[in-house]
Design a protein around this ligand. Structure first.
Ligand SMILES: NC(=[NH2+])NCCC[C@H](N)C(=O)O
Length: 413
């Protein structure tokens, strides 16, 4: 089936034609030991090195024919209109309120002084108190010292473009982020879809919107085929959000007829479904064994459109393999274990996103080089593995799938 328009994602594995990434920038240099935990990092990446690694990642994608678009550039282009830029600035200041202790007026004036691309880099990178000179402070609270070094907190997780939004079919889910440190991130795709020339003239359906109360993150959203979306019920994604998204999807996109909610342990190491489970080929998945509960059982629910308009039906399942066969209509499905069944290698490599593969064609994936045990297992299963350097990229606890937000994939035949 052909789908005209700027968005077309009907699988996890179709040839990747167009993708959004974010090159790590100044926001990473604004990490300090005191803020690491709140900002969801475990260590501080070295900026030139993480940028080199990221450039290698995007080079590999380009060499395979993928169009690589940068979030920061798309946003600057979307804000190329004074009224839109002012509206965006107001919203950013409003949504950053908890982080701001200087008067919004002072901060606004400071940000307005930049040309659009630098303005975007500032908003994303954060504004240090030391940047706004003492002479620009007029209120007592602005002059008082306190220990928080920022007026506007940095957003170092932005290079994980996967999470704040997700294309499903020809529409999009603009997500409500679970963690304070990431809440503002989904404002960017909201503006890009509404105001960027590439998207603004298309009526892009929204299966979920950030105005919804319940968190839902893209690392939990997997498009298995033209009928099926799998969503992790995780530390970041709620059952309420999944059901709301499913209802909107069934009502607006008749090709999707099943949403599979998969519960995973709520832990830092397994923050999203894609940290323990990704699709690598038509009938093969990479999986971390600890995704299963005791006895190999887990809680899985299949949501389908109900008989009555707007209603859904929900059925329970307990085995991932059987459920995958059922929803994909396959007699066999292969699960490739992270760490090749070795307990230590599995835990170590999962921590560095060993199961977080980005498929760029059926049976072809991009992975981190450091996960050599898992990469070998993928190769033994007949998968082509393209490795990228990962010393610094992995410090943010996300892998190649997390670092990519696909816009268009070719049909899987
Ligand atoms: N899709 C993913 N697995 N994303 C990983 C995001 C990592 C990021 N530091 C966070 O905690 O939010």
């Amino acid at each position: 089936m052909t789908y005209p328009g700027p968005l077309n994602i009907h699988s996890e594995i179709g040839r990747l034609e167009s993708v959004i990434v974010k090159r790590p920038g100044y926001e990473v240099e604004n990490l300090t030991p005191d803020t690491l935990k709140h900002l969801l990092f475990d260590d501080i990446p070295y900026l030139p090195a993480i940028q080199r690694e990221h450039d290698e990642f995007t080079d590999r994608l380009r060499k395979r024919g993928t169009e690589v678009l940068y979030l920061e550039k798309l946003l600057a282009e979307a804000l190329d209109d004074t009224i839109v830029r002012e509206q965006f600035l107001d919203q950013m200041i409003r949504e950053s309120q908890s982080n701001i202790q200087c008067s919004s007026q002072t901060l606004k004036e400071y940000l307005r002084s930049f040309a659009t691309e630098d303005f975007v880099a500032k908003v994303m990178g954060g504004v240090r108190k030391s940047e706004i000179g003492p002479d620009r402070k007029t209120n007592l609270y602005e002059m008082m010292e306190d220990h928080h070094p920022f007026y506007l907190d940095p957003m170092p997780n932005l290079y994980f473009t996967r999470d704040p939004s997700c294309v499903i079919g020809t529409g999009i889910s603009i997500n409500t982020m679970a963690e304070d440190a990431r809440k503002r991130e989904s404002v960017f795709m909201d503006y890009i879809i509404r105001y960027h020339p590439r998207f603004r003239d298309t009526d892009v359906p929204r299966w979920y919107d950030r105005s919804s109360h319940f968190p839902l993150e893209g690392g939990d959203q997997l498009i298995l085929n033209e009928q099926t979306v799998a969503v992790g019920v995780s530390a970041r994604t709620t059952p309420q959000a999944i059901e709301e998204m499913a209802r909107n999807l069934f009502a607006g996109n008749p090709s999707f007829t099943q949403v599979v909610a998969v519960e995973i342990p709520k832990s830092r190491a397994f923050m999203h479904l894609d940290t323990v489970f990704t699709m690598v080929d038509r009938d093969q998945f990479s999986i971390h064994p600890a995704i299963h509960g005791p006895g190999g059982e887990m809680r899985i629910y299949i949501i389908r459109p109900g008989m009555e308009n707007g209603k859904v039906e929900i059925e329970e399942r307990t085995h991932i393999l059987d459920t995958l066969k059922e929803v994909l209509g396959l007699s066999e499905v292969g699960l490739i274990e992270c760490g090749g069944g070795d307990e230590i290698a599995a835990a170590r490599e999962q921590w560095n996103d060993g199961s977080n593969t980005l498929a760029i064609s059926p049976g072809v994936v991009v992975t981190y080089d450091r996960n050599y045990v898992s990469n070998q297992c993928l190769r033994e299963a007949g998968i082509e593995v393209i490795e990228i350097p990962s010393s610094e990229l992995s410090r943010g606890r996300g892998g190649p799938r997390c670092m990519s937000m696909p816009l268009v994939r070719a049909e899987v035949r």
